[in-house]
Design a protein around this ligand. Structure first.
Ligand code: ACM
Length: 268
């Protein structure tokens, strides 16, 4: 399977212009799956909940979903992108998978970063894995990387490729994804945005450097820190089935979960 990441600089609030930009970037790339950044069409730096709500859409229908569905069909490729999701009275930081035959899946960010806590409700859906073109995909969003339980849970549920839309502002994640892939023997694709957003009291610089990593911790694609670009890698899902480290060690068989269950106060 050929996986592509789309790294770009959206204009805050210009959903339709940002969709057009991403589509023109992807137009001439052939891939089975395109992974785009977190909140990639709305922009990231909301200054109020009302503003985030004003740019939100339903995961079931809406302008962005319909545009992406049509593009997925035209390209015969799966798509994963982040958007502010309105569901009833709740607003989630969500990413959505769409397949060319119209199948959709959502993941709602479990670990909200900084002021996201003011606008969004923490995700309320279990971490889940789904099949696409011979492999099992799992999704997480940006700051979820710092909680190793997320990748671990997805991997234990059978994920072979972790799709990771991001708007990273710290510089540690990209390196850490090597460890996440090694400790779980999975592939990952981190699609990060670039550029800066100075809005209200916030001034964020996004770190780019999107990357695709193999189960052996090899960097299969490394993006720049400041350019719009598409990164592509051919991955073989089989490479994530074997959890053996050597003849005597196995990432799954050697786990000792009975010793890991503990709260920060030391209570088991
Ligand atoms: C982040 O989770 N967008 C930093």
């Amino acid at each position: 399977m050929r996986v592509a990441l789309v790294q770009f600089r959206p204009e805050f609030g210009d959903i339709s212009g940002n969709i057009d930009k991403a589509f023109s970037m992807m137009e001439n790339t052939e891939a089975d799956l395109f992974v785009l950044p977190e909140l990639c069409f709305s922009g990231y730096t909301f200054t109020s909940k009302a503003e985030a709500l004003g740019l939100s859409e339903s995961a079931k229908d809406g302008f962005t979903l319909n545009q992406i569905k049509a593009f997925s069909l035209k390209k015969d490729a799966g798509m994963i992108y982040g958007f502010p999701e309105k569901d009833g009275d709740s607003l989630y930081n969500t990413c959505q998978f769409i397949s060319p035959d119209g199948e959709t899946r959502i993941y709602r960010k479990l670990h909200l970063y900084y002021y996201e806590k003011e606008w969004f409700t923490p995700g309320n859906l279990p971490l889940s894995v789904f099949e696409f073109r011979g492999g099992k995909l799992g999704m997480m969003i940006c700051f979820d990387w710092i909680f190793p339980e997320v990748c671990r849970t997805l991997a234990l549920k059978g994920a072979q490729l972790i799709c990771h839309p991001a708007n990273l502002v710290m510089s540690f994640c990209q390196q850490s994804m090597i460890t996440r892939c090694l400790e779980n023997a999975v592939f990952s694709v981190t699609a990060n945005r670039i550029g800066s957003e100075k809005r209200g009291e916030f001034d964020f610089e996004f770190t780019g450097a999107s990357r695709i990593v193999s189960p052996k911790g090899e960097i299969l694609y490394q993006g720049s820190i400041d350019k719009d670009e598409i990164g592509v890698a051919d991955i073989n899902f089989e490479d994530s089935i074997n959890k053996k480290v050597n003849f005597k060690n196995d990432l799954w068989a050697d786990r000792r979960p009975e010793f890991y269950r503990m709260e920060p106060n030391g209570e088991e």
